[in-house]
Write a protein that binds this ligand. Structure first.
Ligand code: MN3
Length: 249
């Protein structure tokens, strides 16, 4: 595989974090996309940090309540960051690696740190992505609508399938919408796993995460108790369609 192809594939995965990309003409080859460095989740002075939430805890009311947001962000997410940092501190070979590098190559990580990267590194990435997926008052954009229709037939089939699949996730986990080989697909993962994990092993199948929903009870229990279906229908009211549109090619 040529280097440029590899770079493109890696870039395609990393721009799943939602930042701007820019085209680069490399050695006579077609334009390739390269993510800006700030797209990656990188440690600062050897430590990962809780990213800014970007809005206040009560911003998603009444669909997601302020107390849930505060605990979810300042306690749960912070704990994933702290535990990831503890594991990284014990492995000098992992210092200064981006979180995406760790996850994309999970099975190559030192055995002493691998499960911490999977659980807490996954938790850090998943929540960092999730906060950016939420916003009130946005509308579905044309790029998403076109791809969604092409991939699922229509929007209603997509939303009902996404909800049905999410209802079927046993215990704690996530449902994801990914872009893979030009098609939108729905995937689930248990615990804090995500589609990036070990994706570097099969570069031609590299997924780009477009949307994710946290199905852990800590994401909805205070307001919705055991009613996951109610949480799922509320979710569509706070999906950040602007972010989705920006992530799509
Ligand atoms: Mn959570």
């Amino acid at each position: 595989m040529k280097t440029n192809r590899k770079e493109f594939i890696k870039a395609s995965a990393l721009i799943g974090l939602g930042a701007l990309t820019f085209g680069v003409k490399a050695q006579g080859n077609p334009i390739i996309e390269i993510p800006e460095v700030t797209d990656n989740i990188k440690p600062v002075n050897g430590k990962f940090e809780l990213p800014p939430l970007g809005y206040s805890y009560n911003n998603l009311e009444p669909f997601i309540d302020a107390v849930t947001m505060e605990i979810h962000y300042s306690k749960h997410h912070q704990a994933y960051v702290n535990k990831l940092n503890e594991a990284i501190a014990k492995e000098p070979s992992l210092a200064n690696k981006s979180l995406e590098d760790l996850l994309l190559n999970l099975s190559k990580m030192p055995s002493t740190a691998r499960s911490a990267i999977k659980n807490h590194g996954g938790g850090h990435w998943n929540h960092s992505f999730f906060w950016k997926s939420l916003k009130t008052g946005t509308s579905m954009g044309p790029k998403f609508e076109k791809l969604c229709n092409a991939s699922f037939g229509n929007i209603e089939t997509f939303t009902s399938t996404f909800e049905k699949v999410s209802m079927g996730v046993f215990g704690s986990g996530w449902t994801w919408l990914i872009l893979q080989n030009g098609q939108l697909k729905i995937k689930t993962s248990p615990n804090q796993e995500n589609p990036l994990m070990d994706a570097a092993a099969v570069p031609e199948m590299m997924p780009k995460v477009i949307l994710g929903i946290d199905l852990w009870e800590h994401a909805y229990y205070l307001k919705h108790q055991n009613r996951r279906a109610e949480y799922l229908s509320s979710f569509w009211k706070v999906v950040n369609w602007n972010e989705i549109e920006a992530l799509l090619p």
